[in-house]
Write a protein that binds this ligand. Structure first.
Ligand SMILES: CC(C)(COP(=O)(O)OP(=O)(O)OC[C@H]1O[C@@H](n2cnc3c(N)ncnc32)[C@H](O)[C@@H]1OP(=O)(O)O)[C@@H](O)C(=O)NCCC(=O)NCCS
Length: 200
């Protein structure tokens, strides 16, 4: 099980334009309490364990557990770079002390590109279909709207990842095109659907 390095103080924040130790609390349809926090360097080991696990649980990510060769120091630097940027976000979702979801918005610092965010999302398989992905993206979009910097959020999703596509459509993302032969899985090429949502 992935453990929180340190129990963080809970401060409810609707806006979630928050400092690292602030958390948003949501009651899921299962009755479980989901806590969403901004990642900090201290979360690096938990994030690596999560990504290695989900990498082996699904064919819909671009890496397997074995492919994910990022050190704790490198992951900590990635998380910190997201934390300090005005257009990047690293969100973690916790049930009790288990890290069940990771979402990041990556973005460029270049003036011509900094209005564009790119979402990556994973939820542990044991917790799929509880509404965690929905809550994480909704929280990320709320945060993005308040940055005043991000104006568009994009993502790429494998064309046969029907559950994820449905989730994104529910949240207002629309199909903008497709990257042909975007991914090769077990000898089969799949297109990557390009989806996006304008904000503000
Ligand atoms: C895709 C993923 C993030 C969805 O997370 P989740 O927490 O299970 O999604 P939610 O429970 O919030 O789903 C919300 C809605 O999305 C749709 N949805 C999600 N998963 C679905 C599935 N497997 N089949 C059909 N619809 C699905 C449904 O409309 C659902 O609403 P409903 O429960 O009222 O029917 C998760 O399955 C995952 O991590 N998959 C592996 C990694 C991955 O594919 N990441 C996305 C890469 S682009």
């Amino acid at each position: 099980m992935v453990k929180m390095e340190k129990q963080q103080a809970f401060i409810c924040s609707d806006s979630l334009k928050m400092k690292p130790n602030r958390m948003k609390k949501i009651i899921l349809k299962t009755g479980e309490t989901l806590q969403i926090s901004i990642g900090t360097k201290a979360d690096a080991a938990a994030v690596i364990e999560h990504l290695k696990t989900v990498g082996d649980e699904t064919e819909f990510l671009s890496f397997s557990g074995a492919d994910f060769a990022v050190s704790a120091e490198e992951e900590a630097a990635i998380i910190e770079a997201h934390r300090v940027a005005d257009n990047r976000l690293f969100l973690l979702a916790w049930i009790k002390d288990e890290l069940v979801g990771v979402l990041n918005i990556d973005a460029s610092a270049k003036p011509k590109m900094k209005h564009l965010g790119e979402i990556g999302l994973s939820v542990l398989k044991a917790h799929w279909k509880k509404g965690i992905g929905y809550q994480m993206i909704q929280t990320a979009l709320d945060w993005a709207k308040q940055t005043g910097v991000l104006k568009k959020v994009n993502l790429e999703v494998q064309e046969n990842n029907y559950g994820a596509i449905r989730l994104y459509e529910q949240l207002g993302f629309t199909l903008e095109g497709a990257r042909k032969r975007g991914v090769l899985t077990d000898g089969v090429y799949y297109n990557l659907n390009l989806m996006g949502i304008c904000i503000n």
